[in-house]
Design a protein. Structure first.
Length: 318
């Protein structure tokens, strides 16, 4: 394979022409730009790190937005189309995209924001569903789960492991009579109980219950369990409705998928261009670009630049 003869090139141009000159070099595609620092204090370099970070952030957001959209709306693409690879975008399409740039960036952020909202809502739904499940055994209790008793009584509301009969419970706590025991619900796994005793016997009753592995409910509220459950179900309906609305918003934005893909290319081009700007030596009115170019392309590039701009081109052996 023949080696390509390269030459070092220097391009001197006015700052007012910097943008179109760099765009032409980018489209020309044959110049490898290198860092250039003249040995004087007239020329300096521009810090472009903040701008490049912004472009990269937009690319990441757009990539994420497309992935989110494709989870909800599968792109209509034939097998042959997928094998054809990426479609080339014309200069005219890129120029037209400039008018849609801000809207597309906003669209990417909206899609990502909706997806975040959906994730948060689904986490809330799981939490509320767990609370609803915990309340189910208590729905026949007509007082709040945090009820602790009256002036002269002490109440204990909680669960015991395994299934207990009322007779067995009274037998276990017989020495503390008089007291009241109600079984709110029971299953093979647990028995939910309400115990009411005189305050003078509260500590002893509680110690006896603890020896039976008594545990308090994981929920506490000033409402009865049935009222709590109803409120949770209403909140669940609202959050499920909010999830549906956010998912619909994402599917509605799916029509901008192609622009989101174009945004990624557009920002990569801008990032490359700003990387070059960061390598330029610039004074108040002039910039200098240094790089390498195949010898066969020098004349064509020089003719193209000098025809359109006030530019000087020098080259030498590397």
């Amino acid at each position: 394979m023949a080696k390509v003869q390269m030459q070092r090139i220097y391009i001197y141009a006015l700052n007012k022409d910097r943008k179109p000159v760099l765009e032409r070099l980018q489209r020309f595609g044959a110049v490898e730009v290198s860092d250039f620092t003249p040995e004087d204090d007239i020329f300096g370099k521009t810090d472009v790190s903040k701008a490049i970070s912004g472009f990269e952030r937009n690319i990441e957001t757009s990539v994420e937005a497309v992935q989110i959209i494709e989870r909800y709306v599968r792109p209509k693409k034939s097998l042959l189309a997928s094998l054809a690879g990426k479609k080339d975008v014309s200069l005219e399409e890129y120029e037209a995209f400039k008018g849609r740039y801000n809207h597309t960036v906003e669209t990417a952020n909206r899609v990502v924001s909706y997806a975040k909202k959906i994730a948060e809502l689904k986490a809330e739904i799981l939490r509320l569903e767990a609370q609803a499940e915990m309340l189910m055994p208590w729905t026949s209790l007509d007082i709040p789960l945090n009820f602790s008793g009256t002036r002269h009584t002490r109440a204990f509301i909680g669960c015991l492991p395994r299934e207990w009969s009322l007779e067995a419970l009274y037998a276990e706590l017989a020495e503390f009579m008089p007291l009241n025991i109600d079984i709110i619900s029971s299953s093979k796994e647990q028995t939910c109980i309400f115990v009411l005793c005189h305050k003078t016997k509260a500590d002893a009753v509680y110690e006896a219950l603890r020896r039976m592995d008594f545990s308090h409910p994981g929920l506490s509220s000033g409402k009865s369990p049935a009222e709590q459950l109803n409120a949770i179900r209403q909140e669940l309906n609202e959050k499920r409705r909010a999830v549906s609305e956010a998912e619909k918003a994402i599917t509605d934005l799916a029509r901008f998928r192609d622009d989101l893909l174009l945004l990624q290319d557009y920002e990569r081009i801008r990032a490359d261009k700003y990387d070059v700007i960061g390598r330029l030596a610039q004074s108040r009115n002039v910039f200098i670009l240094s790089g390498y170019i195949p010898s066969r392309d020098i004349s064509r590039l020089e003719a193209e630049l000098t025809k359109n701009y006030l530019v000087a081109v020098e080259y030498e052996e590397p």
